[in-house]
Structure formats: C-alpha cells, structure tokens
Design a protein around this ligand. Structure first.
Ligand code: ZN
Length: 154
C-alpha cells in the first residue's frame, strides 16, 4: 500500500464516519499523508496527525511515525503497512477537532491541552479515554471492515 492508497482509504473512512457519527455535518476534509522530513520531525515530537482549517478549507494531515520508524528506508511508493484500527482512531480524533472548529467549540486550553469541551464532543462521537480510544462496539465494526479491505488487497 503506498501513501496515495492510504490517503484514499482514510478519505473513505472520513466520509463513512461523518455519516455514521456526525449526521453528515462535517465538511469534506482533504486527507494528506506525509512521508517527509517534516513528518518525521512532528512524529518524533509525538504529533501523529493534525486537523487544519486553512482559509476555510479543512485538512487532516497524518505524520505516520509507526511505519516510518519500522521501515525508515521506504520511499513514498513502497509503504506496505495497511491502514489499521489505530489509524482510523487517530482520524476520528481529528474529526472531533474538525467538529469543534465548525461549531465554534473551544477544544484546546491555552496550555495546549485538550479540555473538557473536547472530551464531551469526543464521547458524543464514538471515542473514549479523552478521545484516544474507540467505543467498544465501534472498534469491532471498524476492525471487521478493515479485515475485509485487507482480504481484497488493501
Ligand atoms: Zn487532539
């Protein structure tokens, strides 16, 4: 799976989770998977993904350290690690930021930490543990579909 396939699959999940968990109220966000120096730098600082509202257009950018660390020699075209439940969880976390942004909800405190508003929005939209884990039933559902994807070569 190369980074463009990852982007397509995550784009699919954005649309699917938008329908399922957000009543289709989120704007279409462009999913970008980066595999460059900035991605490594962000990933090393613990930033896995980021939601960006750039002049009114929504982007979710992934800095996927896990497989970059596993296969540091890979180039853009030869990343073999499939999209995981973890990736979808990170996506959903960023979608909650997108939801908060669209609805004027302040979700990050001045100290840079996720606040109570974020937690509330996350729990309303399929997440637990302050927005870092999927609710159990949802996790099973996503896992089953990803397994199906993998059986078809994605
Ligand atoms: Zn966050």
């Amino acid at each position: 799976m190369n980074m463009y396939q990852r982007e397509s699959i995550l784009q699919y999940w954005h649309s699917k989770l938008n329908k399922k968990l957000f009543n289709n109220e989120l704007e279409v966000a462009k999913i970008i998977v980066r595999n460059d120096e900035e991605a490594v730098k962000n990933a090393e600082e613990g930033i896995e993904a980021r939601y960006i509202d750039w002049y009114g257009r929504d982007y979710i950018v992934f800095y996927p350290y896990t497989w970059m660390a596993e296969e540091p020699e890979t180039d853009n075209e030869t990343i073999e690690v499939p999209v995981s439940v973890y990736d979808v969880t990170v996506l959903l976390h960023e979608m909650v930021h997108q939801y908060c942004n669209q609805n004027g909800i302040d979700d990050i405190d001045l100290n840079g930490k996720h606040n109570e508003n974020f937690r509330e929005a996350a729990e309303k939209h399929g997440l637990t543990q302050y927005g870092y884990q999927l609710q159990a039933g949802l996790e099973d559902e996503i896992d089953a579909e990803l397994t199906w994807f993998r059986e078809w070569g994605y």
